[in-house]
Every structure is written in structure tokens, then in C-alpha cells.
Design a binder for this molecule. Structure first.
Ligand code: FES
Length: 78
């Protein structure tokens, strides 16, 4: 089975406006933590998520979280 690429072993802490976002799941995006279309060469697809209000979020960049798209601390074990 194809493995995800670890983009970084730490999360991205970003403040986002309300809206729809696409989190990079494959790890190949050059625009981490968001999708830039690089997944098309992999078997993965981005994860669409929505925020109903402006919010600071902690997004996984190691791509091993079990709570996508959010960091759950798994990066500390890699
Ligand atoms: S960055 Fe992936 S679990 Fe924290």
C-alpha cells in the first residue's frame, strides 16, 4: 500500500477565515498544509473541511494523524 509523505514532523498553526479548505493528505503539496493538486500522481485525495467561523486551527503536516485534518500528537512518535 502506498505510504503518505511526511511533509513536516510538526503541525501548522494557522488562523483561517470561515470557508472551505482542502487539507493535503498525501504530503506532496508544496503549499502545506493545503492541497495544491500534487495528489494526482498518488492514490490519495485531499480532505475537504469547513469552518463556520474564523478560527485558529492546528493542522497535521506529518499526515499520520488519526483526527484529520487536525494534529493529534502522532508526529511525536515518528
Ligand atoms: S503533525 Fe501530524 S499528528 Fe501532529
Amino acid at each position: 500500500m502506498e505510504e503518505v509523505k511526511i511533509a513536516e514532523k510538526k503541525p501548522a498553526i494557522v488562523e483561517l477565515e470561515a470557508g472551505t479548505y482542502h487539507w493535503c493528505k498525501c504530503g506532496h503539496s508544496k503549499g502545506q498544509p493545503f492541497c495544491d493538486g500534487s495528489y494526482k500522481t498518488t492514490s490519495f485525495t485531499p480532505l475537504k473541511f469547513e469552518l463556520v467561523e474564523k478560527k485558529k486551527v492546528v493542522l497535521c503536516q506529518c499526515k499520520h494523524t488519526r483526527n484529520s485534518p487536525y494534529c493529534d500528537g502522532t508526529h511525536k512518535t515518528l
